[in-house]
Design a protein around this ligand. Sequence first.
Ligand code: GLU
Length: 482
Amino acid sequence: MTVRVRFAPSPTGYLHVGAARTALYNYLFARANDGTFILRSDDTDTARSTDEFQEDILEHMQWLGLEWDEGVARGGEHGSYRQSDRYGRYREVAHDLIADGSAYYSFATPDQLESFKQAAREAGTSPAYDGSLEPLDADIARLISDGESAVVRFRVPRPGETRFTDIVRDEMVFDHKQVDDFIILRSDGTPTYHLASTVDDVDYGITHVIRGEDLLSSTPKHILLAEAMDADPATYAHLSLLMGPDGKKLSKRHGDTAMSAYREAGLLPEAINNYLALLGWSLGDDEEIASISEMIGKFDLNSVSKNPAVFDPQKLEWLNGVYIRDMDDEEFVGRTLASVEDDLGRSLSGGERAQFDAIAPLVKERTKLLTEVADQVRFLFSDIDEYDEKSWAKVMDKPEGPVALDAAASVLSVLEPWTTEAIEGALRGMLESTGLNARKGFQPVRVAISGSTVSPPLFECLEILGKVETLARIARARSEMK
Ligand code: GLU
């Protein structure tokens, strides 16, 4: 049997981090089993589905590297893989099910259904709707031709139960007392999620349905539908949902949930995949870092935990920092240059590019998010518009400020050669001659050249900035002191 799995987002929102985890697990499972990974669009909710959301989902799937083999925008044997293109097929199945008695036209109104449930609760019987309010079969054709509004419901076998073995949650049993005769076709002829999803799963030959736990209670319906279509139901795996740190379902209240926000914040797709994979699955031996190919090599759906997993953006940032430090310098430059140039509003000149190459290894060690890089290197490529207010107050407004800058200017102006070691030697000598400690002696120089007390390592920064510019900046800061 060839494994065929699908990720089936509804384009009613941006790609959510929780959905990305579902996509990733499907992807890992497909790749680990030489299977096929399909991307489907569950776009039957025409009021809420938009092209913009669809684009966002495709774009971020690609950005994460979760390439699909068949599906939306890629094609395959089954057409567009968009549910909105398949209404004819869903109606055909609904009518086949009516013809063989597995489904029926239902005329019961919402009020009637409510009274039915109320009465069942009072009588202590099952409140699942069982079709008992419907007209006699003999009257149905006439009601339809009279234009009475009817939905199509699936006839859930009663008494009965549906059992299945969920890969993550083991044995599951649903007593049909809990399952309504559910709607498969609405009165306007549009399919419900249950019908569209199951027909697609059957038609596309899906072998494993890996999806969120929120859909667990739909699964008996999908199994009953597949069986009524004379198909073998898929094997199911329901993943626990992601939680915020407070143990509640991850939502906007906890911060960003759209993948685009993480991309814009400077997270790497590799780090996100690594982090999301480990929410509910472990590499073993307390290992925390693995490339996508290592994860494919080890992925085992059977060892996925059913416990809720907490999404912790700080842990993700930490892991991102590990990935950034692990990049080689050239790659780091390649992945951050555009953001540095965007920040400046122009391209770097050849000389500036050499400066960026020189500072990159130092910045790389101190970066958790790619977007932090522009801030750290801006001082090299543009004049300091404004000194950071707090830094100025803390360092420059102190009696040691002018002392340090005067002494630094005097040792640096005669320094040859202009190398990191020579600069360090000269400035350490300056500490001795002035009696200032390293903090009091060096911080004013740092603020003078970078505008703030936080910068990459000082001696290297001075070397990269160059002698002329360093002395000019020290002189300018000195002139602005009281
Ligand atoms: N379209 C559904 C959703 O966005 C998922 C359907 C499924 O996986 O069965 O939640």
